[in-house]
Design a binder for this molecule. Sequence first.
Ligand SMILES: *Cc1c(COP(=O)(O)O)cnc(C)c1O
Length: 386
Amino acid sequence: MTTMNTTVLTFPEWPMFDQREQDNLSSVLTSRNWWRMTGTAVEEFERKFAELHGVKHGLAVTNGTHAIELALMALEIGAGDEVIVPAYTFISTATPVFRQGATPVAVDVDPRTLCIDPAAIEQAITEKTKAIIPVHFAGQACDMGRIMEIARKHNLRVIEDAAHAHGGAYMGKPLGSFGDIACYSFQYLKLMSCGEGGALITNDDELMDKLWLYHNVGRPKNDRSYVHSVLGSNYRISEFQAAVLLAQLERLTEQNATRFNGAQELDRLLADVSGLEPLLHRVDSTIHPYYMYMLRYDASEFGGRTREELVDHLKAAGVPAYIGYSAIHHTDVWKEHGGRAMACPVTEAAAKDMIWLHHRVMLGTLEQQEALVNFLVEVQEQWSGN
Ligand SMILES: *Cc1c(COP(=O)(O)O)cnc(C)c1O
């Protein structure tokens, strides 16, 4: 028996925009400088985005997947190399590794944070290992102290997949400034968006030069004589995307603070609700940008109803809820291309029992969050027959 609840819960719309996006777009349009080589918006965005993360260089690119692909190219990772990735992530952490002819190695995550487990990284290292791609999962910081220590000890490069962590910081240092290169996505649902887009940041001048070349069909900056020095492609974005991103960036810091407060409220409101356990917030995380609010679902506290049923129920009530990732090493593409995987029991469990709430829930008011938690409690009472 399913009691269809007619409750409608509301949250702020995403993505957000105001007059700033409209003005920026309009000024690019009327300038006719729609290309990054003639305009200034892309360059201004790159400078400001790098600055926010305390690093020297930024490069805006077509999307987050391409950002990771470019990072691997610049680090010269290819056939015969292995790259360690968390098993619980979006597939784009790993598919660029295959596309470079290298082998991704999936390792398990920490059950408290769902970020890559440093001990699991160490167990997966072989003489072929060239790099690690930690993912700051749902905005939670990876244990970058230990990861960088492991990387130094084994001479590995580190690419931070910060697609969930724009503007985050860990132990007082911006996320994205720990590794050799960090990669971002500005896809529709991310913490800031221009529909599709991505960025890389780095402190390394030489890597920045290479990234530029690869993203610009092998052509150096200000080239006039059709020099093509490497096998790059066209990963450039247009001035229109940067026009939107410049406005989005102005809101990021404040929105991250709002999301954090919203998450703290949800933690408090859910503390007494059994069967929905929020993921830990690391105390050493300075700015936790909360891309998703993560809950571990225990069906036995909900009369044995499945997680999928609860997520469907939440969706019907207007909540942006998701069942989230499956383990990347169980995907067809992984099997077909011969990725390697270590034992990943935490990932296997997370793929079955996590519920994700999109960050616009945390951008909502306290009343909206209370209504959500009340709804969850009502569903639980109905389902468990209490
Ligand atoms: C979104 C995402 C990407 C890829 O970004 P796109 O812009 O969608 O290509 C990579 N890694 C993670 C963890 C992501 O969530």
